[in-house]
Design a binder for this molecule. Sequence first.
Ligand SMILES: *[C@@H]1O[C@H](CO)[C@@H](O)[C@H](O)[C@H]1NC(C)=O
Ligand SMILES: *[C@@H]1O[C@H](CO)[C@@H](O)[C@H](O)[C@H]1NC(C)=O
Ligand SMILES: *[C@@H]1O[C@H](CO)[C@@H](O)[C@H](O)[C@H]1NC(C)=O
Ligand SMILES: *[C@@H]1O[C@H](CO)[C@@H](O)[C@H](O)[C@H]1NC(C)=O
Ligand SMILES: *[C@@H]1O[C@H](CO)[C@@H](O)[C@H](O)[C@H]1NC(C)=O
Ligand SMILES: *[C@@H]1O[C@H](CO)[C@@H](O)[C@H](O)[C@H]1NC(C)=O
Ligand SMILES: *[C@@H]1O[C@H](CO)[C@@H](O)[C@H](O)[C@H]1NC(C)=O
Ligand SMILES: *[C@@H]1O[C@H](CO)[C@@H](O)[C@H](O)[C@H]1NC(C)=O
Ligand SMILES: *[C@@H]1O[C@H](CO)[C@@H](O)[C@H](O)[C@H]1NC(C)=O
Ligand SMILES: *[C@@H]1O[C@H](CO)[C@@H](O)[C@H](O)[C@H]1NC(C)=O
Ligand SMILES: *[C@@H]1O[C@H](CO)[C@@H](O)[C@H](O)[C@H]1NC(C)=O
Ligand SMILES: *[C@@H]1O[C@H](CO)[C@@H](O)[C@H](O)[C@H]1NC(C)=O
Ligand SMILES: [Zn+2]
Ligand SMILES: [Zn+2]
Length: 613
Amino acid sequence: MFLPLVLALVGVATAYPNHFPQSREAHDPDRVEQLERSQFFLRPPESDLVWGDLNVLHTTDIHGWLLGHQKASWPEPNYSGDLGDFASFVTHMKQQAKDKGVDLLLVDSGDIHDGTGLSDGYPPGDVDGHESNKFLRQLPYDVMSIGNHELEQYEVAYDMYMSFIPNVHRYYLSSNVNITILQPSGKPQNVTFGKQYARFTTGKYNVTAFGVIYNNASKDKRLIVQPVEDMIKEPWFTSAIAEKTDVFLLVGHIPVAYELPESKWQKIVEAIRNNTQNKNTPILIFGGHSHVRNCTKYGNDTMALQSGRYMDTIETLGANLTSPTFNFSRRYLDQNRVTYQYHIRDMNVSFDTPEGLSIAKGLADLADRYNLTYQYGMAPKDYLVFPKDWKSKESIWPLFIDKALPVALATDSGRANIPNITIMNNGVLRYNIFKGPFTQNDQITASPYPDVIAYFPDVNFTVANNVTAWLNTHPTPCSNLRKRGDIDAHYPIWLEKATSHVSLGHQEVLTDYMTPGYVTNDTSTCPDTIKGDDTLHYPIDPDVFPPHYMNSTLPPNPPRTVDLIFLNYTVKNVVCALNKLTNSSQYNAKNAKLYSNVTTNQVFGLYALAKWN
Ligand SMILES: *[C@@H]1O[C@H](CO)[C@@H](O)[C@H](O)[C@H]1NC(C)=O
Ligand SMILES: *[C@@H]1O[C@H](CO)[C@@H](O)[C@H](O)[C@H]1NC(C)=O
Ligand SMILES: *[C@@H]1O[C@H](CO)[C@@H](O)[C@H](O)[C@H]1NC(C)=O
Ligand SMILES: *[C@@H]1O[C@H](CO)[C@@H](O)[C@H](O)[C@H]1NC(C)=O
Ligand SMILES: *[C@@H]1O[C@H](CO)[C@@H](O)[C@H](O)[C@H]1NC(C)=O
Ligand SMILES: *[C@@H]1O[C@H](CO)[C@@H](O)[C@H](O)[C@H]1NC(C)=O
Ligand SMILES: *[C@@H]1O[C@H](CO)[C@@H](O)[C@H](O)[C@H]1NC(C)=O
Ligand SMILES: *[C@@H]1O[C@H](CO)[C@@H](O)[C@H](O)[C@H]1NC(C)=O
Ligand SMILES: *[C@@H]1O[C@H](CO)[C@@H](O)[C@H](O)[C@H]1NC(C)=O
Ligand SMILES: *[C@@H]1O[C@H](CO)[C@@H](O)[C@H](O)[C@H]1NC(C)=O
Ligand SMILES: *[C@@H]1O[C@H](CO)[C@@H](O)[C@H](O)[C@H]1NC(C)=O
Ligand SMILES: *[C@@H]1O[C@H](CO)[C@@H](O)[C@H](O)[C@H]1NC(C)=O
Ligand SMILES: [Zn+2]
Ligand SMILES: [Zn+2]
């Protein structure tokens, strides 16, 4: 197995092969076939990792993407590894560390579920993430910490408390999170969710680790998030930092960008440094939540790193703790087998470990059990959630609002012939649809929320036509709109900043075999470091956030009245807009009618069955 690997890499570097260079073992023929059909190849990394005495591999915001990114459109193939591949890589990295006589830790900063069918496609009676999280437990994580998605529903948090945390490989830390559970007597009791902190030795170093999340990360009063400012005053915390240690390891669901209001890392660093014994103790911070690659220095001997989202990035840190000045290196690895095989190429081993293969098989079995490979049709092209122009051909929004909704809702609305204006909110969709097979998994990934579609009949056309613009200019009209998910502005802003505007076609094979991908510019906040990206790319187009509300193309001949169709969860805002625009109080949420029994998470499937077959 060693020889083919080397040849494959040489092949990539010199011969521009028209196929995926390292095909997986025969156990997953569908995937190999899919990857080969797509005619792309992945550029290998530029150089070896720079190891230190203490090394860390970091993941964050995995969001159920345990099968990696399986589509052929760029930049998806850059992230085509799966959790089995990553598990094999970790095993080899641990072995390399052992051979070099150094330490390697594996840490994760939370939001492990919510994002794909593997977590969200569970059958009735099960709990989101219960099955997919079991695979993460098989990896030798030293520290895992909690994300806000683990706190959105009590049943998910409770399931994690009961079945995940007791079984993680090593430490599940949640320094500032408590959960209220019922004692056998029926009395409620609030208890720490995971451990508040851990002290352990890597063999070489004593480590003191915390796992934190940003303030106000929970809206459920049974899931208690203590503000970081209060946590650092707790006696358990002050005594934990009073114990001498070689390194502080802060893992948490907080962006490393210190300008953001939710970023409280500085407070924890200050509290640690306030104890004079810790003045020069290295502090390693691994953040998350804003879904970006980033690196920040919080003063001398303090490094903060963040490694992307959706299994697109594995970050490595190497630190020489004992050298006179604290030296470190960091690298953002594209999450794929070419990356992994490159970084273990000097080891005389075959890449796939039994554990890695078993995880990959388990994931495929779970996907089957959840019917995720069921194919509704073939998508003719890519449709993006964050296109340059939301009305463009690249955009998923006209597909959803003008094409898919009419087909799906016509199945039972009985009102297809009545002119309408349909208003959608940008929280209704979650991810792109890519050219090729459109499966149950793709439907769940793009459009997971079972939102109910409501309407008001006979709305004055002129008024109805003004509702979207009114809502977009009145962010909190009469009530606060329910916020949804992690689709927030950080990620597109980052791409905007981190990349320059270069337009690239999809599936294009570039002559010098540079491929589109992340081009991270973080050296201004991470001084004295070289570029962080492990693989060189052309920058991808920056994402552009669509308007909060968007509406359908207007009926050709303006009618007097229309059905005003909207997402039921935005009814209060729509009513508010209608009453303001008509200067009346004639509209009332109670009078909104159900437009169809079809919920938004079924729309693309119904459309694909009808039009993409
Ligand atoms: C949780 O319980 C502790 C005592 O066990 C109590 O001091 C604290 O106020 C409780 N917190 C909340 C938010 O209920
Ligand atoms: C969390 O629970 C622990 C254990 O019951 C308790 O000591 C602590 O006061 C609680 N913290 C908060 C913020 O509720
Ligand atoms: C780690 O801490 C233990 C005591 O908790 C101490 O005996 C040991 O010397 C420490 N090791 C290092 C490398 O500092
Ligand atoms: C990375 O962190 C720096 C320093 O806080 C911040 O200025 C920058 O905006 C961050 N980048 C992203 C994309 O969050
Ligand atoms: C650190 O110490 C200073 C001076 O004693 C104090 O003003 C500050 O509040 C402390 N900060 C933290 C985070 O403990
Ligand atoms: C940080 O390190 C630099 C260079 O070693 C030194 O000049 C500076 O005083 C240090 N800053 C602090 C706050 O310790
Ligand atoms: C750590 O020190 C070794 C030996 O001096 C060196 O080769 C390596 O590059 C250093 N690593 C980092 C991350 O600075
Ligand atoms: C898979 O899902 C599709 C669409 O919901 C359904 O038609 C089909 O019967 C399902 N198959 C199985 C085996 O559950
Ligand atoms: C809305 O009106 C269009 C014609 O303008 C029609 O094709 C469609 O079926 C109607 N219903 C929905 C839900 O879009
Ligand atoms: C609809 O509303 C517009 C603007 O408020 C008004 O001018 C028009 O008369 C209304 N049309 C009908 C049919 O009520
Ligand atoms: C990287 O970011 C810094 C600060 O935001 C900026 O000054 C610099 O021009 C950027 N470099 C590149 C190559 O875009
Ligand atoms: C609604 O929009 C039309 C243009 O389509 C405009 O003329 C009219 O003044 C607007 N009415 C209100 C109430 O905003
Ligand atoms: Zn997230
Ligand atoms: Zn998050």
